[in-house]
Design a binder for this molecule. Structure first.
Ligand SMILES: [Fe+2]
Length: 289
């Protein structure tokens, strides 16, 4: 029997007692969201601890390792000194975020989607990140171009992986939203040997990766261009969106400068290599801004 959702408002959205359907949908399309996992009190606690950390970082009172300029494009670094769009290694700063990441619903879905010995990327690269995207003039992060997360580290043996995004704000055209190509996690997507940042693809990188050897039907655009088959993926406050590290995705800029789009995001991994050290220099950057 086909248990996939049939109405648009259910497309990719599952309740905490629907892990099996969420898994089935994820394997077919490369993403799935769980709705109703967190209570409003848990969301408020995460939000307050993230905003407090962001204020401390902007005021210069937090260790500089919790800030990053690697994720910021071009000459936007100056603005980052006045307003921090990102706070990295949030599990070191927020008990509520740590509890959220280890919620039983999250771990159960990870054990379904990854190998038994999956691990949280919490002390490497950027760890679990609080991300405040906004289109206003104070902001140096508004949107990100097409990529698969695997392309950020094609030389590392930490894949397959599943990324999670806890939504503190509902997404919309006004404050920005995720664009995805359903099913693209099946494609054997090339590492970005040509990319907009002229970033070097590290030695030892796999040429391409995905869940099958099937090549993509079209080239991944360098920046924000439309991809045949892409859809907009809107979430509510509290939704946990999971997406495959091979899924093609990008984020659209909000159209209302007064809005913000705040997330907590991170990833669980299942490759052979459990990273030691931060591995920041290993990060292959995508086109942002
Ligand atoms: Fe991504």
């Amino acid at each position: 029997m086909n248990t996939l959702p049939t109405t648009p408002d259910e497309f990719g959205i599952f309740l905490p007692d629907q892990h099996g359907q969420a898994e089935e949908f994820f394997r077919a399309y490369g993403f799935a969201a769980l709705r109703g996992v967190f209570s409003e009190a848990e969301l408020v606690a995460m939000e307050q601890e993230c905003v407090a950390a962001q204020e401390e970082l902007t005021a210069g009172r937090l260790h500089e390792r919790h800030g990053t300029e690697i994720l910021i494009e071009g000459d936007a670094g100056d603005k980052a000194n006045q307003f921090a769009n990102y706070v990295t290694y949030m599990t070191e700063l927020s008990p509520a975020v740590t509890a959220g990441v280890h919620h039983q619903d999250v771990l159960d879905l990870m054990s379904r989607l990854l190998h038994e010995d999956y691990w949280l990327l919490d002390e490497q690269r950027f760890g679990v990140v609080y991300q405040d995207a906004r289109p206003g003039p104070e902001s140096s992060y508004t949107r990100i171009g097409w990529h698969s997360d695997w392309q950020s580290g094609p030389h590392l043996d930490i894949w397959p992986a599943v990324a999670f995004t806890f939504h503190l704000d509902a997404t919309s055209p006004a404050n920005g939203f995720l664009r995805v190509v359903p099913g693209s996690h099946h494609w054997n997507t090339p590492a970005p040997f040509l990319n907009i940042n002229d970033a070097l693809v590290p030695a030892g990188s796999a040429e391409a990766a995905g869940h099958t050897s099937q090549p993509p039907p079209s080239q991944m655009p360098l920046r924000f261009e439309r991809v045949p088959g892409e859809i907009a993926l809107y979430c509510d406050r509290g939704d946990i969106l999971f997406h495959d590290a091979y899924l093609w995705h990008s984020a659209a800029r909000g159209t209302d400068d007064e809005t913000r789009r705040r997330h907590i995001r991170g990833s669980f991994h299942s490759g052979a290599e459990e990273l030691q050290g931060e591995h920041l220099a290993d990060f292959v950057k995508n086109a942002a801004r």
